[in-house]
Design a binder for this molecule. Structure first.
Ligand SMILES: N[C@@H](CCC(=O)N[C@@H](CS)C(=O)NCC(=O)O)C(=O)O
Length: 248
């Protein structure tokens, strides 16, 4: 969009187009949108497959500034809008929350591409898109995205493990989150903090995007406090959930 047409003080969020299964097929994009809603910042979504300055999505524009990467975006918005949502946490609590969020974002979430590529063999691609694609587009996307996910999985390392081993790895991570969460409303107690954006973004992605998966079974069973957390934050932050979903 032309810079002159942008509204001052409004965040323009560039992310993958919405899909039929959830408001976003991307955990990191979903994290940023969740943060914007938590902080009650005005924003406009642009659904796009054009990558940002770091070759990835999401990125934002605000008053002429462009920021890429979900962590940098949230840090920037906290400063820009003088948000105090983390101020009650002491340094130790911030360290725990940071470590938890990074574990979920850099390790646990890899169960998502792993499930897509190795369990479902990319058959869920139509649910990741805005509309039901035609035959040729479907196969083109399925092959291209499948190749990208395999490359990511092998570079990150989770792709070197079997499906059973990944279930063990993810089970340990979810066990750690479940223990931290306990019976709290939010991840760091009874007040929402910026860390909830990342935790919700990652956990809701595993919960809704791959509903027939081991992470979802754990969140509905042994670690049901995580499943309850996801459903609770969805109700609080996404009352318009159904309107956001593409109809396919
Ligand atoms: N560290 C980045 C990760 C963003 C990321 O990996 N985005 C993925 C989608 S979930 C992406 O854009 N992938 C495209 C690609 O790597 O070509 C963040 O937190 O924003």
């Amino acid at each position: 969009m032309e810079a002159a047409l942008r509204k001052p003080g409004v965040v323009y969020l560039y992310q993958f187009p919405r899909c039929t299964r959830s408001p976003s097929p991307s955990p990191y994009c979903w994290k940023v949108e969740t943060f914007l809603r938590m902080a009650k910042i005005d924003y406009i979504v642009t659904g796009s497959y054009t990558m940002g300055p770091k070759g990835k999505l999401p990125f934002i524009e605000l008053d002429g500034e462009t920021v890429a990467d979900s962590d940098f975006i949230i840090e920037f918005l906290i400063k820009r809008f003088n948000l105090t949502m983390n101020d009650h946490l002491d340094e130790r609590q911030k360290a725990v929350a940071h470590a938890m969020e990074q574990m979920l974002e850099e390790n646990t979430i890899m169960a998502l591409p792993h499930h897509h590529a190795r369990v479902r063999h990319m058959q869920d691609m139509p649910y990741m898109l805005e509309t039901n694609p035609g035959f040729f587009f479907y196969w083109m996307v399925r092959l291209k995205v499948g190749k990208t996910l395999e490359a990511v999985l092998n570079a990150q390392g989770l792709g070197r493990h079997s499906v059973a081993e990944v279930a063990t790895i993810v089970g340990k991570d979810l066990g750690a989150l479940s223990a931290l969460l306990g019976s709290s409303h939010y991840v760091m107690g009874d007040t929402m903090t910026s860390y909830d954006a990342g935790v919700f973004g990652m956990m809701a992605s595993l919960y809704y995007l791959i509903p027939d998966s081991e992470p979802r079974r754990l969140m509905d069973g042994k670690y049901s406090n995580i499943g309850d957390y996801v459903k609770r934050l969805r109700a609080e932050l996404y009352p318009d959930w159904d309107e956001l979903l593409c109809k396919g």
